[in-house]
Design a protein around this ligand. Structure first.
Ligand code: SF4
Length: 178
């Protein structure tokens, strides 16, 4: 999670993330010694949210989309699947606007989505990129209750199962590195 709960040199008691972009955003609202009182009253998800993946595969299939991966994430995937090139190749990766996204198979499945006996699973789950690791706690879905509920109509894992408290949601929302 890249959270260093040790007091930082300039902000005692403040939760810190490894990514400098994230530090400023999360440290304004979260203090590890005073979490409950510091939860902003205006966040619609201040009481937390529920999510447990049902492995339906909807988020890895269907309409065209992008699963972005950094070069470091691509290299992790290559190592995991035993590919000789840390940059993978065009069977797995495409370029769009100077960034990398995983290839989609015919029908819209992510190239790494596996289907077996009516079940789906991610073939690179332990090394899946950040975009997949932080779903559904994305900025755009947390922007409003209606955006969240709209996504939940396609993701049966949302609004059920494991409870995520406000602090954990915020850590995921601002996470930018592994
Ligand atoms: S759509 Fe939701 S429940 Fe289905 S596989 Fe994706 S995260 Fe899991």
């Amino acid at each position: 999670m890249h959270v260093n709960a040790s007091p930082g040199p300039s902000a005692p008691g403040t939760t810190q993330l490894a990514d400098p972009l994230a530090i400023g955003r999360v440290s304004r609202i979260i203090r590890v010694d005073d979490r409950s009182e510091r939860v902003p009253k205006d966040k619609w998800y201040k009481d937390g949210l529920n999510f447990t993946c049902t492995q339906c595969g909807n988020c890895c299939s269907g309409d065209p989309g992008y699963v972005w991966a950094t070069e470091a994430e691509v290299a992790k995937v290559a190592q995991y699947i035993g590919h000789p090139d840390p940059r993978l190749d065009q069977r797995y990766l495409r370029r769009h606007g100077g960034k990398f996204s995983f290839v989609e198979k015919e029908g819209g499945d992510c190239v790494f989505l596996k289907r077996e006996n009516g079940k789906t699973y991610c073939g690179i789950y332990p090394v899946r990129p950040l975009q997949c690791r932080t779903w559904p706690f994305w900025d755009e879905l947390l922007g409003s209750r209606s955006a969240w509920d709209s996504a939940a109509r396609r993701c049966p894992g949302m609004n059920r199962g494991e409870h995520y408290g406000f602090v954990r949601i915020e850590e995921l929302r601002v996470q930018r590195t592994w």
